[in-house]
Design a protein around this ligand. Sequence first.
Ligand SMILES: [Fe+2]
Length: 615
Amino acid sequence: MIRFAVALLGAFFLYISVSYADPGARFADGHTRAPETSPHAALEAQVSDILDRFAATMEPEALVALTPEVVLAFLTGEERAYLSTAFVHFSIDRPARIYIAYDGMYGEQPFWLEELGFERREDLDFIVDVEDPYEVWQREYEAGEVRLGIPSFSGELKPYVVFAAPLGGDEAIEITPLVAGTDVQIAAEGGEPFIDDNDYFNALPAELDGLPVLRSYESWEFVSRMVGFFRTTDYPSSATPDHIVQTWQGDPATEITIQWRTSAGAASDPVLWYAPENDAESVAYARAETMTLRSRQVVNDPAIDLHRVRLTGLEPGGQYAFGVSADGGENWSEVRHFHTAAEPGAQTWRFVYLGDPQNGLDEWGDLIRQAYERFPEIRFWMIAGDLIDHGTERDNWDQFFAEGSTVFDRSAVVPAIGNHDSHGGHPTLYLQQFALPDNGSEHLDPGRTYHLTYQDMLIVVMDSNYDLIEPETQTEWLDRVLGASDARWKVVIYHHPFYASRPGRDNQPLRDAWGPIFDRHNVDIAFQGHDHAYMRTVPMRGHRPAEPGEHGTIYLVAVSGTKMYEQELRDIAAFGTTNERTYQLIEMDSAAGTLSYRAINAEGETIDAFDLAKD
Ligand SMILES: [Fe+2]
C-alpha cells in the first residue's frame, strides 16, 4: 500500500515543501574534529608522499601486491636513509651497547638493522606473552643521540623495544626518550614491552634483565605501512543505495537517524520518504546531508558518499515505514521500517548485546540474522567494541556494514569503540561512519562517549581505550549523566572488561576510575567485550561480590565473531565458557519491572540466563 502511495507521490515530490540543510562536505554534528597531533607527523608525511608516488606510477593490481623488496627498490637513497632513522629517537649519557628486540613470529626484520651495523644475538632471544619469540640484535654507540628506523613496511611487525647497557664502568646508563610518548622502564620479568598493551616479558636473559628499556606504542605499528596499505574492497559502492543503517543521535522516542551509501558523486538527489505504518497519506520526505569519505588505500573504490537524514518530532511508540533514493525519488529502495521508543512503562521491548564481531564477519552476519529471525521485535543492537579488525581499513568497515545492514536497516545499532576500532591511534572511520549523539564527555571527540535513554533504561557508552585516553576524561561526565537520570535501569557499555576472563588481561585503571561511580549510582549491568570468551560475574560492589541486600553490578564479557581466547575463571565469575559465539537477548517488561537475559549460541541454545526485577 505504502509502496504504491510512494510511487504515486514520487511524481509530486518536487512540489512538496521539505526543509533540509544544505548538503555539504561534512556532517553538522562535529564528527570531523582533527585527530590529536602525532609524534610521527613528519614520518607519516614522508610515507604518505611515497604512497602517492606508488599510486601515481603503478596499476591497482601491483599496488595491492607490493612486497618489502619492491618497496626497497622503489625508495630513493634519501628516503631509505630517512626511514632507517625516523622512528625511535633517544640520547644516552655514556657509550653503550644498544639491543633491539622484536617479535620474530612475523618472519620480518627491520630493513635497516644490518645497514646500521647491528649484529644478531640469537643467544639472547626471549619470549613475550608466553608464546611470542623475540629476536635480539646489538650494536655499540657513543654517548649522544641515537636514531633508529621504522619497525616494518607491512605494519604486521610491531614496534621493537630498545635495551641499553653501559660499555665499561658500573654506573647505570641514562636513556632520555626524544619522541613524545615513549618511555623508559627497568626490564624485568613481567614488565611490558608496549605502553598500550598488556603483553609481558617472560624470563629475560641475564644480559638484558635489569637494563633500562625504551618502549613505544603497539598502536604505532602502521605508521610506516606500505606493504598491505593498498587494498581492494569486496563490497564496492555503486549508484544504488546500500548499507542502510539506523542509529540515534537524540531521543529514541521521537527521533531516528538513517544513513546509506552510494559511490561518490553518484547520487543526484539523495532523499528519504517515511510514513507512519498504515498511514500512507502522511508520507513526508527529507533530503539527506552527504559526506564524501575518501580512502586512497581502497584501490577499487577510493571514495564513497554517506547520506544521512535525522528525523525528529516523531510519535513515541510508533512504527514507521521508509525508503531511500539516490535520484530524488525516481528509484526507491525496498520499503523498510523503524520504531520509536514508547513512553517509559508503556511496552515490553527487546534488545541484543553483542561482544566483539571483529573476525569472521560473514559468520557474524549469519548470527545476527539468525537472532533477528527468531526475535523480530529486536529494537536495537548494542555492540561492545571491536566491530572490525583494522579500524583504519575501510574495506573492513565495508564488510561490517554489508553484513550489519541486513538488520541495522530495520533496528538501530548502539556501538562502543574498541581497541581495533582505534587502530592507528584514532577511531576516525568509526566516528565518520556512525551518526551518534553529541552528548558525551566534553574532553573527547563527539561520538566516542554518549548516552541514550530507551524507555526506562539509561544506556551510557564509554571509550575504554585507556592507553590512548585517560579514563579520567570521562569520570565527571559519567557521574553527572548517571546522577541526573531517574531511569529504572542504568547500564553501561565499553570494551575492556573490569574483570578479565583470563589472567594477564587485567584493566585496573578502568576499575579504579569508574568502579566507584558505577557503585554510587547503582549501575545494573556493564556490557563489555575484548576477552573473546563468555563470562558473567556475580553482582559486584567495591570490587568484591555484593553482600545480600546490597546493590551490585553484573559485569558481562561476550564475543560474537570467530576469534576465541582461553579463559581461567576466578571466584567472582557466576558463569564462563569459551569457544562460543553468542548473542544476548534482553527482554524488558516495563509493566512488571523485569529484565530477562539470555545468552544464545550459534546453535540457538541458551548457555546462560538470569533475571532481574525492580519496582
Ligand atoms: Fe579488543
